[in-house]
Design a protein around this ligand. Structure first.
Ligand code: 5GP
Ligand code: ZN
Length: 138
C-alpha cells in the first residue's frame, strides 16, 4: 500500500537494518529500540491486523518470526525473549501494517513480562465471562 510506512520499507523506499528476510517477510531493527536488538517482523503483503491477514499466509509469516529469533539467538545470545504484537489503537498499535515485536531479554534487564502490560480485569470474574462464550465449562 503506497501510504504505508512498512510497505515502503518492504519496497526499500525507506532503508532498514535487516535482521532476516525471505520471500514472505522482513525483520528489521526497530528505530526506537526498547531492548538491545528489538526487532520488528512484518509480512511483505499488507494487512492491518492479524484478523485481516490471509490464513494461507500465516504459517509462512510465523516461520519468518522463528527464523528471525534464530538469527537473533546466534548473534546476540539473549537469555530469553518477549514476543508479541500491539493490535488496534487500544492495544497500542501505531503502524497499521501487522508486525510482531521481538524483544530479546536478559536476566535482570529491568523489564517486565506480559503481565506487566495491564492489570485492569474489570468487575466480572472468569466464570461470568465464560458464560458469555456458552456452556462449555468443564
Ligand atoms: P506499534 O506501536 O505500531 O506496535 O510499533 C511500531 C514500531 O515501529 C515502533 O516500535 C516504532 O519504533 C517502529 N517504527 C516506526 N517507523 C519505523 C521506521 O521507519 N523504521 C523502523 N526501523 N522502525 C519504525
Ligand atoms: Zn503496509
Amino acid at each position: 500500500m503506497k501510504d504505508c510506512i512498512f510497505c515502503r520499507i518492504v519496497s526499500k523506499e525507506i532503508p532498514n537494518y535487516t535482521v532476516f528476510e525471505d520471500t514472505h517477510g522482513l525483520a528489521f531493527l526497530d528505530i526506537h529500540p526498547r531492548a538491545k536488538g528489538h526487532t520488528v517482523v512484518i509480512p511483505k503483503v499488507h494487512a492491518e491486523t492479524v484478523l485481516d491477514f490471509d490464513d494461507e499466509l500465516l504459517g509462512d509469516f510465523f516461520r519468518v518470526v522463528k527464523r528471525t529469533q534464530e538469527r537473533l539467538d546466534r548473534v546476540l545470545h539473549p537469555d530469553g525473549y518477549t514476543v508479541g504484537w500491539n493490535h488496534g489503537s487500544a492495544g497500542g498499535q501505531l503502524v497499521p501494517h501487522i508486525h510482531v515485536h521481538i524483544l530479546p531479554r536478559w536476566e535482570n534487564d529491568g523489564g517486565g513480562n506480559i503481565h506487566s502490560i495491564i492489570d485492569n480485569p474489570g468487575a466480572m470474574i472468569p466464570e461470568q465471562i465464560a458464560k458469555m462464550f456458552g456452556d462449555h465449562a468443564v
